[in-house]
Design a binder for this molecule. Structure first.
Ligand SMILES: [Zn+2]
Length: 51
């Protein structure tokens, strides 16, 4: 099993989908896999830093 990356993203208010900064979309129900602290995804980190 691949090592899970921790992404940063935003959760949709209307359908529960989470879109990460690096462009991944997690369906509603998988959002517990996303933790918005201790982000380890290098793409998410880079985008957040650039903001
Ligand atoms: Zn990411």
């Amino acid at each position: 099993m691949a090592k899970a990356l921790i992404h940063d993203g935003t959760k949709s208010w209307w359908n529960g989908k989470v879109t990460t900064l690096c462009g991944l979309v997690f369906e509603s129900g998988n959002s517990e896999r996303l933790i918005f602290t201790g982000v380890s995804c290098p793409v998410c980190k880079a985008i957040k830093k650039a903001k």
